[in-house]
Design a protein around this ligand. Structure first.
Ligand code: SF4
Length: 221
């Protein structure tokens, strides 16, 4: 893709978000603040009026929290960190271990899905940066999905590819997550992320059947 084509796509996304805001919609973005999140965060920073939500599970790498703060300042974003309403002491499975070791689906539900659902229910537009080239599950998503509660999910990066993300990243000199240099490709919570160079989401929930945290699974037809 040529540079003008890429920028045209980027402008189209900003224009779409601007229209939502101008129409008085409450627009939110959920972001995991990885390197590949940066193009969308950069686009959102051009469109004032969007609140960015970071799901602070309490299990992130310290580097991710530092990167979140660095990017927030550099791009001038309005970022809110969400926490689970359930204390960690109460997040223990029947065998006495923390839930990520015994029931990761429920762990993701308590720490990611439930806090974000509260925000989503009070929003008109929920943007996220999922892409079709990330996984089989995501290949089936649509750009716009209206939920049963009326909130519209907007996936502006759906047809962007990994090379397009890298190209945009380079053109705009966007910062990179510090763990990139250590070979991590997709970075989530520390207990559930393995360093598997060359595998996009293959290092997430490595060795488990699980491939999604739950934020996007209800969107698949
Ligand atoms: S990714 Fe792992 S640690 Fe993070 S919320 Fe999900 S199961 Fe828990």
């Amino acid at each position: 893709m040529t540079a003008p084509d890429l920028e045209q796509r980027a402008d189209h996304i900003v224009e779409q978000i601007d229209r939502f805001v101008a129409d008085g919609k409450r627009v939110v973005l959920s972001s995991s603040f990885q390197t590949q999140s940066l193009p969308l965060l950069h686009l959102v920073s051009r469109s004032r009026g969007v609140t960015v939500y970071f799901l602070d599970t309490g299990y992130h790498f310290p580097e991710t929290l530092e990167f979140r703060d660095q990017v927030t300042e550099q791009l001038g974003l309005d970022v809110v960190s969400l926490h689970s309403a359930t204390t960690k002491a109460a997040q223990v499975g029947p065998h006495g271990h923390l839930l990520f070791a015994e029931d990761p689906d429920y762990c993701c539900y308590l720490n990611k899905t439930a806090p974000m659902e509260t925000v989503a229910a009070a929003s008109d537009i929920w943007i996220s940066g999922v892409r079709r080239d990330q996984s089989e599950t995501r290949r089936q998503l649509d750009e716009f999905v209206v939920r049963s509660d009326g909130t519209t999910r907007y996936h502006p990066m759906l047809d962007w590819t990994e090379p397009m993300i890298a190209d945009y990243q380079e053109r705009h000199d966007l910062p990179r997550h510090p763990l990139d240099d250590r070979g991590y490709v997709s970075i989530g919570c520390a207990p559930c992320t393995r360093n598997i160079p060359g595998s996009d989401r293959g290092g997430r929930w490595f060795g488990m059947e699980k491939t999604e945290c739950g934020l996007h699974v209800d969107l698949v037809r």
